[in-house]
Design a protein around this ligand. Sequence first.
Ligand code: AMP
Length: 286
Amino acid sequence: MELLKTANEVAARTTAARGRGETVGLVPTMGALHAGHASLIATAAEQCALVVVSVFVNPLQFGPGEDFERYPRNLEADLQRAAEAGADLVFAPGIEQLYPPPVNITVHVGELADVLEGAVRPGHFDGVVTVLTRLFNLVGPARAYFGEKDYQQLVIVRDLVRELRLPIVIVNCPTLREEDNLARSSRNAYLDPTARAAASVLYRALAAGAAATEQGTRDAAAVRRAMYAVTEMEPAATVDYLEVTDPERLIVLERIDGPVRLLGALRIGGVRLIDNLAAAPNPTAD
Ligand code: AMP
């Protein structure tokens, strides 16, 4: 496996691969790679001849007061994990490689950027799609891999490629979890033991919402109450949101008439966690 640090090198390598008729796959990450990232890379390795993993902590997607400075960075460990998972190339650029000054062009996300995560993190999704547009253009992947863990991001990335007509297939990969079902995340490293023990409450709340949905609850407010009933049992948790949405456009629902996506975010011990689950009314529940 090769490590490249410049935009020119990665463009040359991927252009050559496309010239040989190879499928280029891209797994964009911010590093601190864990088993969740590894599963994306492994899926890409099954489907692509050249798997590029980008490792870049993108300043544009962090708001003021967020954790850009302290976000975990460990390139040595990332290289090993990426290689083990089947990556061919890690692209770990310095900031000037992706954002050569002047940075005059950014990409703006419409109303999907103002709800759920976007409501709590203004500007976050503009930062995400701006770096992805630059990465997509540089790497020229036929396929790009994203985790369902960041479900709103996935929906927005699908809009990005559809609306800009980028010739990229977006592949979504299921969320990898710890034994207590906490979604794996680079930010879990911030959790102290007490917070870590409490952190599975987010999954348990979403699972309670999914169970209520599957049992035939049609009133979304009742499903929300089922989720809040779980988080209220955990005094260390402060909920940012727990919502019942439609899975395509993430519109917050009042009534459940089909498949839904339950999304949640909460803070425990100063650490912000997000997660989501799919659910659908059981056809025999009526
Ligand atoms: P990040 O490094 O947090 O920007 O994540 C890079 C990619 O890995 C994104 O597409 C995430 O959705 C995905 N990812 C992060 N955590 C997980 C997980 N637990 N399971 C599956 N995919 C994940």
